[in-house]
Design a protein. Structure first.
Length: 429
């Protein structure tokens, strides 16, 4: 079951027409781990002078994580911090100093169409591009894994997964040329013959989204984004089965968002590493809101200050969407490749987090778009209640849309329990 966004969110969905560059951080705090399922080793030490875009950490894997310095300066400290995902990770602190080698400098576009797919992949990997369609993962590593047995379809989502965010659709509408070029680059790197582009019904780009004609088949599909969920992998697959039975899309295909495509464009066309991101700042606990182009390592505190600071004490700071995001308690938490939005919610809009016993209302089953029984799975995980194998088999269907959490009057951690239960079963295998 899908729900109207207006019934789920405390605020009206805001659309933005422009962005501005955020202030440069006087000290960038750059985590050395910014994606899922990877490890890195630091390539600098305290006291080193680093250039803008210099590699700070890399992986031993061929196409693993690469972390670059977002500013020129001196490595003042290497220490553990808590990242926006709540993990304790090593981070390099770079004190801003010296001349920029990328920022504000003339740029020359590369003749990327002459590059073979292997070169395109190498450039994408070296510039640290991660896929932020869901959890951030190395884009090229994901491409390699998917192409081991077949040639996947490239599935492009031009709107945001969480309806409280407007970053991906903003990039699609305001940077249409970059997105179209990014799609073409990625199709060439993937060596695919089919690209599916999911366009929101309210799509109003600055310039028309023109996709090239040639050997690749480009399929545009309009999507009604006034309901939720519509942007997850399983949601898209289900939608395609109903609307376009002639076009098959599966979990074995490569799903990409606008943020990733923009980074692909910058990496391949201008050899620009991922050192900044478009970030949405919103919420009724700050004086202003909008989209900033932010250098990685900038603190959430400084971004809030750019919009006039707090109107009152923020009841909750949420990263990456009110529905699907997670809480951040430290204002000095830095922006990473995975972050798209920061929402500052006043105390009056924060739901009481205290949970109570399940009242067996059945609402979680009613709203679940995958036909699951979140209450039963929660009971199995939390209280070791016996359940059938059929119920356990539904774990792989969960799209992490968190609708069950949103409607539960008892405030039970249903979605979190399902995720933990799925992880525990996978570990046993």
């Amino acid at each position: 079951m899908k729900m109207k966004i207006s019934d789920l969110l405390p605020y009206k969905h805001v659309r933005y027409q422009e962005s501005t560059n955020a202030f440069l951080p006087q000290e960038a705090i750059i985590p050395l781990l910014q994606e899922k399922d990877t490890t890195t080793f630091c390539t600098v030490k305290e006291g080193d002078v680093v250039k803008e875009g210099q590699v700070l950490a890399t992986s031993k894997e061929l196409y693993g994580s690469v972390i670059h310095s977002s500013v020129p300066g001196i490595v003042s400290q290497i220490q553990y911090i808590t990242d926006p995902d709540g993990r304790r990770v090593h981070a390099v602190k770079v004190r801003l100093q010296g001349e920029f080698s990328l920022y504000g400098k003339p740029r020359k576009a590369a003749d990327w169409k002459s590059f073979p797919p292997s070169t395109l992949r190498r450039i994408i990997a070296d510039n640290g591009v991660v896929n932020t369609f869901g959890r951030a993962v190395s884009l090229v590593h994901q491409m390699d894994r998917l192409t081991e047995k077949n040639t996947p379809t490239l599935v492009v989502r031009l709107f945001d997964l969480d309806p409280s965010c407007f970053v991906d659709q903003f990039i699609s509408e305001q940077h249409t040329l970059e997105i179209a070029t990014g799609i073409e680059i990625l199709a060439a790197a993937l060596e695919t013959k089919r690209v599916v582009v999911l366009v929101p019904e309210n799509f109003t780009p600055k310039t028309e989204l023109l996709l090239p004609e040639g050997e690749v088949e480009y399929i545009k599909v309009e999507t009604d984004t006034s309901y939720y969920p519509v942007g997850g992998k399983r949601d898209i697959i289900s939608y395609m089965k109903k609307r376009r039975k002639d076009v098959r899309v599966s979990l074995k295909d490569l799903f990409i968002d606008s943020s990733t495509l923009y980074d692909v464009y910058e990496a391949v066309v201008y050899n620009q590493p991922v050192i900044d991101k478009f970030i949405q700042i919103a919420g009724h606990a700050v004086y202003g809101e909008g989209i900033l182009k932010v250098r990685l390592g900038t603190s959430i505190r400084s971004l809030i200050a750019e919009f006039g600071g707090f109107i009152k004490d923020g009841g909750k700071i949420i990263v990456n969407g009110i529905l699907m995001g997670h809480n951040v308690t430290d204002l000095d938490t830095p922006i990473t490749k995975e972050v798209k939005s920061v929402s500052i919610i006043p105390p009056k809009d924060v739901m009481n987090p205290a949970s109570s016993e399940c009242i067996r209302c059945g609402m979680c089953r009613t709203v679940c778009p995958m036909g699951m029984s979140p209450d039963i799975l929660y009971g199995h995980y939390a209280f070791n209640r016996e359940i059938s194998q059929n119920h356990l088999n539904t774990l792989r269907n969960c799209s992490d849309c968190v609708l069950c959490n949103a409607v539960c009057p008892a405030r039970l951690p249903l979605c979190q329990s399902i995720k933990l239960l799925r992880g525990a079963i996978n570990e046993k295998k």
